[in-house]
Design a protein around this ligand. Structure first.
Ligand SMILES: [Zn+2]
Length: 450
């Protein structure tokens, strides 16, 4: 804790980072998935004002690119002196997910500071990091000591809806501007036991639509009918009565060792056959443990029928399916057919959007720098983890760039608390965590490109 207080008290950038975070929350760049939403240009404008002084020195190059009206991203680069040095990308998204204001006890877009916490949508996911990235980049540009390698802020649109108008578009249309050799972004810094979690892998997505066929008829004579709606119920029943088997990858043992104190429980969790029986004993971490140990299948959308007196001939059931590193599309389809059994003949499987699981090795110089920085600032060890969801890290990994989910939250930030904050009601972050993150980030930057 002494180190925490020290980080808070000595980082001159903390006040500026907090003010920047508040300003970005208040712009309410809410991304609902439609192309008109997000309007990240507003947060780009906030960043441009924040960086103006550094641009004036001539040491910071800033470019703004819009993939669609209002869907702007900002790329700011401090050039290093050594062309062989790494180019470190700081990837922060500018958009936030929608809110249900009824669930909030404060204005979700007020950016208020209450009892040492900044409140608002995006405070945790991930505007505090985007603000910390901008602060450290600005300070590097204002410093008289040149950097060895490039330091690049990629402040991007549309992460929350799949990044099509953000990092995907930038990589297609402005690849040279995006150029980095390694990167950090969101989804790290929460605690697994006393360890600080750094994300090195993300599950993949393999969305599927099950088109279910049945026999149409008049609803007034249901005897013997095999309508699509009834069949969809049977399909759902099959899918929920079978749990895909556990496949414990290379990160599993580290997670168990970091998080589970009871040695007997830990031993059972390391056995794929005995794991499922102990999931109910895992409390708030059970969902995460379940998700990262197997392929998961979540039914999310049902569609069938037009008229209440007609038994429909077909229906559609959309599934959110999350895959592990190495899972192929064919394996997902085979798994579904096996789960459906004899119902499989009445079902067509269509592919929705997806992407493979991704991982960066925990053996790169950047990961070592993150580990050193986090441990120096927090006094605790690091555990590499796999995220159940996706972030822009996956896009960079997809083109061969090592990318990690960074952050350094206070000791009270269990994985459960983090999950609750992200996309939930009353999202907020404490100033202590912002100070810790800044302190670790400055060390990483100095280590890699300073
Ligand atoms: Zn995010």
């Amino acid at each position: 804790m002494t180190r925490t207080m020290e980080a808070d008290a000595t980082d001159a950038g903390l006040n500026d980072t907090v003010a920047l975070l508040q300003a970005m929350i208040r712009e309410a760049c809410v991304n609902d998935g439609s192309v008109e939403s997000g309007q990240e240009v507003r947060n780009v404008n906030v960043l441009q004002r924040f960086l103006a002084g550094a641009v004036a020195t001539g040491r910071l190059e800033v470019h703004v690119y819009a993939s669609a009206p209002g869907r702007s991203s900002l790329i700011a680069r401090v050039r290093g002196t050594d062309p062989d040095a790494p180019a470190l990308g700081l990837v922060g998204h500018l958009d936030v997910v929608p809110v249900n204001p009824d669930g909030w006890s404060r204005n979700p877009f007020g950016g208020e500071l209450i009892d040492g916490e900044i409140w608002g949508r995006g405070a945790v996911d991930m505007l505090y990091l985007t603000a910390a990235f901008a602060t450290v980049l600005r300070d590097a540009a204002l410093s008289d000591t040149p950097l060895r390698g490039d330091l690049v802020l990629l402040a991007v649109a549309d992460e929350e809806a799949g990044s099509e108008h953000g990092i995907h578009w930038l990589l297609r249309e402005h690849a040279a501007a995006v150029h980095v050799t390694e990167a950090i972004s969101e989804s790290g810094g929460m605690r697994m036991g006393r360890h600080v979690a750094i994300e090195v892998a993300e599950k993949g997505s393999a969305g599927r639509r099950l088109v279910v066929h049945g026999t149409p008829g008049h609803a007034s004579i249901p005897y013997g009918a095999a309508g699509a709606v009834t069949r969809m119920g049977e399909v759902l029943n099959r899918l929920s009565s079978v749990t895909p088997i556990a496949q414990l990858g290379p990160l599993w043992a580290a997670f168990v060792n970091a998080r589970i104190d009871d040695p007997e429980l830990a031993e059972r969790m390391l056995d794929p056959v005995r794991l499922d029986a102990v999931l109910p004993k895992l409390g708030g971490i059970a969902g995460y443990a379940h998700a990262i140990s197997r392929i998961t299948i979540s039914p999310t959308i049902l569609r069938s029928g037009h008229t209440h007196n007609v038994i429909p001939s077909h229906g559609e059931l959309d599934l959110d399916i999350r895959t592990l590193p190495g899972t192929t599309d064919a394996e997902v389809d085979e798994l579904l057919r096996a789960m459906l059994g004899d119902l499989a003949d009445a079902v067509e499987i269509e592919h929705l959007r997806g992407w493979p699981a991704t991982a960066s090795p925990a053996t790169t110089p950047l990961f070592a720098a993150i580990e050193r920085a986090v441990t120096e600032v927090s006094g605790e060890p690091v555990v590499p983890i796999m995220a159940a969801g996706g972030s822009d890290n996956r896009v960079l990994r997809g083109i061969g760039i090592p990318a990690y989910g960074f952050g350094l939250l206070g000791p009270e930030w269990s994985y459960e608390k983090y999950r609750e904050g992200v996309h939930g009601n009353n999202e907020r972050i404490d100033l202590g965590s912002i100070g810790l993150t800044l302190a670790a980030l400055r060390r990483i930057v100095a280590d890699r490109v300073g």
